[in-house]
Design a protein around this ligand. Structure first.
Ligand SMILES: Cc1cc2nc3c(=O)[nH]c(=O)nc-3n(C[C@H](O)[C@H](O)[C@H](O)COP(=O)(O)OP(=O)(O)OC[C@H]3O[C@@H](n4cnc5c(N)ncnc54)[C@H](O)[C@@H]3O)c2cc1C
Length: 498
């Protein structure tokens, strides 16, 4: 690409200069960032070891402004990346060096709370927890609750199909998104889904949820609200081993009880949480479960008796029921601060995210312990046990030679383990930039090409978050890859050429 000199002294491509010109006058000046130093503040998301400075940052204030940016990008073939709060842990919102970062943080209106419909309509930059705060006076809340819920955005949640502790009972983001206004990669705004429970035709909304910003940008979302339960009981249960905690988890689910949440932490994760927030977890525990039951009081009482018995039968040595909201908050603080807390016991760590069938938990946790012992790399486990959604925290010290590589190797081996047990390389944090290289371990070329065909239908120029999710982009004019001839589906007349 040739470059031109911006008034700021930064060299930019003519395409970026053209997009900047196109948005000036439409986006307020404060929402257009071209200064190199300020651009650098956007160079990474929650996965800080990948860093790319964007060529331009644009912060629209409404959907119309956002669509103008995308139309300008489309007209000049400029890649763009959507960013909500930038808390993603797979590098999904990592900027493109020759592209525009479109930040939705000024689009924070909760447009409507429709009590009778149990729906809220929100802009993409709205913080997850703010939906619950707005709905609580009406007797409702927003159920999907990533541990980052105090800072992550609904747009990011939709793009990642985010989960959280309470998704065991209530389902992931995809189960709570009923409609969206969507700006295509050509800059057109289209409604997907709506207030009604189902729409005829293909489930395009289903395709967009979890697509990690590779199909276009969501500018408004209609989400489901859930009635606040009559009663909530939070129990902290101590076990000597993760095996016992895993067995108790399986026994609870096998008994037909679906708690709102079952979260597990192992000894190393407990140590980290104690050091950070003094959560007062049981002394000497090799594992704890945080179990939350919610619903009608009669039902919760029955389930509580059963859960207590099943935990005891599976070896728990301590069970503590939170007696008031303060104690409940302390129990959850230990769990929700666990990722950050690990920083207290290790200078660097990788937050891994894989999922397995819940019954494979004991076997997989054993193998993770073996991998850790064989490699000398410490691994702390804190995860959504009820979903089988693992978050091994692979600890290392980047200052030590070869430590990062060893941690990366263990991290990859854990993902292989998840695949071997018929799980997946990501449970809720997305593929992003970080895990695109692992996609071929799960999918063959034909699978990946078929996914690309879907992508190309939405984004023929491949300008929407290119370089993410797919290992080697090979279709719709992306970087030339292995295959030069027409795709087999196209050759067979089964799909259109894009
Ligand atoms: C401490 C911590 C705890 C976490 N716990 C959890 C957890 O329990 N469960 C969980 O699922 N995740 C968790 N996460 C990961 C992260 O918070 C979620 O993935 C979250 O959904 C990201 O939201 P965001 O607004 O920060 O998105 P960003 O990081 O800004 O973006 C994430 C992806 O979404 C795309 N995107 C953003 N906005 C839009 C939009 N409007 N339209 C289309 N695409 C868009 C981006 O391009 C990118 O690909 C955690 C992260 C941290 C740091």
């Amino acid at each position: 690409m040739t470059t031109t000199q911006e008034p700021t002294g930064v060299e930019v491509s003519p395409e970026i200069a053209a997009v900047t010109d196109a948005v000036r006058g439409v986006i307020p000046a404060a929402g257009i960032i071209t200064d190199r130093t300020r651009l650098r503040t956007y160079e990474c998301d929650g996965l800080a070891h990948y860093r790319v400075t964007p060529a331009l940052v644009v912060i629209p204030e409404d959907a119309a402004q956002l669509a103008t940016v995308i139309r300008a990008c489309a007209a000049h073939g400029v890649p763009y990346v959507a960013r909500g709060s930038g808390t993603g842990l797979s590098g999904g919102a990592l900027p493109h060096a020759e592209g525009v970062l479109v930040v939705t943080s000024r689009m924070r209106a909760i447009t409507e709370i429709r009590r009778a419909d149990q729906r809220a309509v929100v802009e993409p930059g709205v913080i997850n927890l703010d939906v619950t705060k707005a709905a609580t006076p009406e007797g409702y809340y927003y159920a999907p609750d990533p541990s980052s819920q105090q800072i992550c955005s609904i747009g990011g949640n939709v793009a990642e199909n985010s989960g959280g502790a309470h998704c065991l009972k209530y389902g992931f983001t995809t189960n709570h998104v009923l409609g969206a206004d969507f700006v295509t990669a050509e800059g057109d705004t289209v409604p997907l889904g709506g207030l009604a429970p189902d729409s005829p035709g293909y489930d395009l909304l289903g395709a967009v949820v979890g697509s990690e910003g590779t199909l276009g940008i969501v500018t408004s979302t209609t989400v489901r609200l859930v009635r606040l339960p009559e009663e909530v009981r939070t129990i902290l249960v101590g076990f000597e081993t993760t095996d016992q905690a895993g067995a108790a988890t399986s026994a609870i689910i096998a008994a037909g009880i679906v708690p709102a949440a079952i979260e597990m932490m192992d000894a190393l994760a407990i140590e980290a949480a104690e050091a950070a927030v003094q959560c007062n977890y049981p002394d000497g525990a090799g594992a704890v479960l945080v179990i939350e039951l919610d619903g009608a009081s009669v039902e919760v009482e029955q389930e509580y008796v059963e859960v207590e018995r099943l935990c005891r039968e599976n070896g728990s040595f301590e069970q503590r029921l939170a007696v008031d909201p303060a104690e409940r908050a302390l129990i959850w603080r230990g769990r929700k601060s666990a990722f950050a807390a690990v920083g207290r016991i290790s200078p660097d760590y990788i937050v891994q995210d894989g999922v397995i069938p819940r019954t494979a938990l004991p076997e997989v946790l054993h193998r993770i312990a073996e991998l850790s012992e064989e490699s000398g790399v410490r691994v702390a486990n804190v995860f959504h046990a009820g979903d089988g959604n693992l978050h091994p925290l692979v600890l290392f010290d980047d200052a030590k030679e070869g430590a990062a590589e060893a941690a990366e190797k263990v991290s990859g081996a854990i993902l292989d383990l998840c695949i071997e047990h018929r799980g997946s390389i990501t449970g809720e944090h997305g593929v992003g930039m970080d895990k695109s290289k692992y996609m071929p371990r799960m999918y063959n070329d034909e699978d990946l090409d078929t996914m690309q065909l879907v992508r190309c239908a939405f984004d023929p120029q491949s300008i929407s978050n290119p370089g993410k999710v797919f290992p080697t982009p090979r279709l719709c004019g992306e970087v030339p890859g292995k295959r030069k001839e027409a795709h087999p589906l196209v050759q067979a007349g089964l799909a259109d050429a894009f």
